[in-house]
Design a protein around this ligand. Structure first.
Ligand code: NAP
Length: 259
């Protein structure tokens, strides 16, 4: 066996179908690209058509099999429609990545029900509904991978965690509940936990060089995260190699959480 075929047997996603929410930007876009380049057929889901189309065009130029579905994941009907449309492109997914997320950050005392509801809808309820839609089918077929993107704020407060931290803490619990239900049937459910990653979500914080440097100093690696840092971990969690890894929160944060 050559080293190439050994690595391929462990990590190739050839023949797999993936749905990546938030796949048009930041961490989700990097993960969609990684899964597609590893061989999966990937459907990216988000709202803005121009960014979805640009993502798919970039991947198609690399020879990847990709498509996009524009949907608003902040409503139950929107999630249901997105799931249906996504499954119609390449078939029912083997891999579901929930990266779509919002962080509205009002001070706790001013956190109203609107922000609470919007945050829970996109960050927690959409992943739950998509899991309910796709998880049982994965279990029936004997293979599945559910990957949620949570946050260090699932573990500690950080810059007005408010509703966001609560949603991410619950998302880690959701992964464990899903893992408990479906792991016996070949469906692993895990979370990737970013630290501070330079993406559009953090545009305001990223524009302050002093804060960026201070955050970088809190990591062990000595820099803040890049979306591309999630590629390897996502391919690992999506593939055969991670079959005995389930219910876990895997930190991809340059050591921030343990420093
Ligand atoms: N960046 C960080 O430092 C960091 C740290 C910890 C955790 N995270 C988590 O990592 C994930 C990705 O974040 P990111 O930094 O990559 O953010 P990003 O670049 O802002 O990407 C967010 C994605 O979610 C989509 N989205 C947002 N609301 C949506 C809705 N209602 N319906 C459908 N799609 C929606 C966006 O597309 P549209 O706007 O076009 O809909 C976009 O594709 C999030 O869950 C975030 O909480 C990020």
């Amino acid at each position: 066996m050559t080293s190439h075929s050994y690595v391929s047997e462990l990590f190739s996603l050839e023949g797999r179908v993936a749905v990546v929410t938030g796949g048009s930007s930041g961490i989700g876009r990097a993960i969609a690209g990684a899964l597609a380049r590893a061989g999966a057929s990937v459907v990216v889901v988000a709202r803005k058509e121009s960014e979805l189309a640009a993502t798919v065009a970039e991947l198609a130029a690399d020879g990847c099999r990709t498509a996009w579905v524009s949907a608003d994941l902040s409503t139950r009907d929107g999630v249901r429609a997105a799931a249906q449309q996504a499954a119609e492109v390449f078939g029912e997914p083997d891999i579901l990545v929930n990266s779509a997320g919002i962080n509205l950050r009002p001070p706790m005392g001013e956190l109203g029900e609107d922000v609470w509801d919007a945050t829970m809808a996109v960050n927690l309820e959409a992943p739950y509904l998509l899991g309910q839609r796709f998880g049982p089918g994965m279990a029936e077929r004997g293979f599945g991978r559910i990957i949620h993107i949570t946050s260090q704020q699932a573990h500690r407060a950080f810059v007005q965690s408010g509703a966001y931290g609560v949603s991410k803490g619950a998302l880690e619990s959701l992964a464990r509940s899903q893992a408990e239900a479906w792991s016996p049937y070949g469906v692993t459910c895990n979370t990737l936990v970013p630290g501070f990653v330079m993406t559009p979500l953090n545009a305001r914080l990223s524009a302050d060089p002093e804060k960026v440097a201070a955050l970088a100093a809190r990591t062990m690696v000595g820099r803040n995260g890049l979306a591309e840092d999630f590629a390897g971990a996502a391919v690992f969690l999506a593939g055969r190699a991670s079959g005995y890894v389930t219910g876990q929160a895997i930190f991809v944060d340059g050591g921030l959480s343990v420093h």
